[in-house]
Design a protein around this ligand. Structure first.
Ligand SMILES: [Zn+2]
Ligand SMILES: [Zn+2]
Ligand SMILES: [Zn+2]
Ligand SMILES: [Zn+2]
Length: 220
């Protein structure tokens, strides 16, 4: 309490001990009640007992309004799965409405028919996908495992055991299982073994010859 003199502090403490109310003292001295609390605490002066104890707050338990799961934390209307489903449903409805109105289904902006979204969303999605691609390549060494090419434009993810088509058929990956579908999957699964970064040259070399010609060392 920088704005009270030592004398005022003494007096304040004395009057509080004599039974005056904190709120009245705070008003009179023009200070915050919390700073009086601090002052009293610093001098070890016990607080007055509350006249009327506060009634304990008893909230009725909450249950999910959709599936009845619970009890849930206070003020929750839905359990987590129902909440996620409701939000997804809402967004799907919204997207449908926007598409029907010829607007961008991501933001409601002006649609670019060729891209399926507006220019702004297209750029945003592209940036995110490129970032995921970079994370994915970095997770596998960031350069071609054969020749060391590091320019991301030339790089792609290679199935070490050439089982990419088979794994795609089995439906292991989301979507097409290529490009960013694959990058997202690899990041989600924390870069499992069986994949490597190869440049397109080395990938073709491997595909055509079984082993990239770079790896065929001249016999000596
Ligand atoms: Zn529920
Ligand atoms: Zn948009
Ligand atoms: Zn290479
Ligand atoms: Zn190579």
């Amino acid at each position: 309490m920088p704005f009270l003199t030592p004398d005022q502090r003494e007096e304040l403490c004395r009057r509080y001990k004599a039974g005056e109310r904190m709120s009245a003292l705070a008003r009179e001295y023009g200070v915050n009640p919390s700073s009086i609390c601090d002052l009293l605490a610093s001098r070890g002066i016990p607080r007055h007992p509350r006249k009327r104890p506060r009634p304990p707050v008893v909230e009725p338990p909450c249950f999910c309004e959709v599936c009845g799961a619970g009890p849930l934390p206070r003020k929750f209307r839905f359990c987590k799965p129902c909440k996620v489903r409701r939000e997804a449903d809402y967004m799907n409805e919204w997207r449908k409405k926007m598409l029907a109105a010829g607007r961008c289904p991501a933001c409601g902006g002006t649609m670019d028919r060729k891209k399926g979204v507006c220019q702004h969303c297209f750029d945003l999605i592209n940036t995110r996908r490129l970032a995921k691609k970079a994370i994915c390549f970095a997770g596998y060494g960031g350069r071609c495992a054969c020749c060391g090419e590091a320019n991301p434009v030339f790089l792609s993810i290679d199935h070490v055991n050439n089982d990419g088509a088979e794994r795609r058929r089995k439906g292991i990956y989301p979507g097409t299982g290529t490009g960013w579908h694959l990058y997202y999957w690899l990041i989600k699964h924390k870069f499992p073994p069986g994949y490597q970064v190869l440049c397109f040259n080395c990938q073709w070399g491997k595909r055509l010859c079984g082993i990239c010609p770079h790896q065929r060392k001249p016999q000596s």
